[in-house]
Design a protein around this ligand. Structure first.
Ligand code: NAG
Ligand code: NAG
Ligand code: NAG
Length: 273
């Protein structure tokens, strides 16, 4: 059974300049895991650069706690709300949210930076088993939607499918490998949803309110991608939650399953889903 870690990171990207300490808030939940197979230990997660602004719902978050800041992904689900992971807002006091971005190292004319009004973490988020790893950020002001900044749809309430076999897209500015820097440009990968039963053979923590994608082809999430969207057929079905230690390739990536949290999202945002 593998150790799983949460993929957010503190300060590894020098943006803004005061974020300079390279500290991970990674966490293991399965102490029985010992060693990675040697052939899987050090390869990249195989993202490709997204076509600029082709993922207009993607958000980049700098979250500040009392002592430090960390980086996460998120998605715009209304002009006033970002969906993200519970562990991304856990301990956070405020967030700076980038929308309309592609290359974080450039001052892009499409970029809009908004501050948070409230960070809302799921009340039952449990960092031991990574359950209920979901959160919402209410923005201080509504963002103006345009070609480069759009809202992503969430699944409708009558969806009962488990999405197994669905071809999905994952995106983020996270690390391109466990020991490398985060990406300046937005990356995306395609993958396939696997069954929870299959995923549970790798990560013991998998429960119904989670969803996993296959690591076949070396694709997966890595540090800095946490909170970002997993999208199927233009609908967000997952929120990046966890994966294998060191972003080892070949292993599944774990997500919070959006269909399990529609009531919670509706309650916290006031949106009608
Ligand atoms: C913040 O830093 C202080 C001093 O280093 C430490 O005592 C405290 O536990 C830290 N608080 C948090 C929330 O990490
Ligand atoms: C969190 O999860 C752990 C592991 O499943 C469990 O032992 C613990 O009771 C949970 N905590 C809460 C507050 O439910
Ligand atoms: C993912 O799949 C879509 C459609 O099937 C394709 O347009 C896109 O280029 C693929 N992206 C990657 C990174 O392979």
């Amino acid at each position: 059974m593998k150790v799983v870690v949460l993929f957010f990171l503190a300060g590894a990207l020098a943006l803004p300049a005061d974020l300079d300490e390279a500290e991970f808030k990674a966490m293991s939940v399965d102490p029985t895991f010992n060693k990675l197979p040697p052939d899987l230990s050090s390869r990249i997660t195989n993202g490709v650069e997204a076509s600029p602004h082709s993922i207009p719902y993607q958000a980049y978050l700098i979250v500040s706690g009392s002592n430090k800041s960390w980086l996460c992904g998120g998605s715009l689900i209304s002009p006033k709300h970002i969906l993200t992971a519970g562990h991304c807002v856990d301990g956070g006091i405020s967030a700076t949210v980038y929308l309309g971005s592609h290359n974080l190292h450039e001052t892009e004319s499409t970029r809009v930076i908004v501050q948070s009004r409230h960070l809302i973490r799921h009340e039952n988020y449990n960092k031991s088993d990574i359950s209920n790893d979901i959160g919402v950020i209410e923005l201080e002001t509504e963002v103006e939607l345009n070609e480069n900044i759009k809202v992503i749809s969430l699944p409708s309430r009558d969806v009962t499918e488990d999405y197994v076999g669905a071809n999905v897209k994952l995106s983020g500015w996270g690390r391109v490998a466990g020991d490398q820097a985060t990406s300046a440009v937005l990356l995306e990968v395609n993958s396939t949803v696997i069954s929870n039963t299959q995923c549970r053979q790798v990560y013991s923590i998998v429960i119904d309110s989670m969803l996993c994608i296959s690591g076949t082809g070396g694709v997966g999430s890595c540090k800095g991608d946490s909170g970002g969207p997993l999208v199927y057929d233009n609908v967000q079905i997952g929120v990046v939650s966890y994966g294998a230690t060191g972003c080892a390739v070949g292993y599944p990536s774990g997500f919070s399953r959006v269909t399990s949290f529609l009531d919670w999202i509706e309650e916290k945002t006031g949106l009608s889903l």
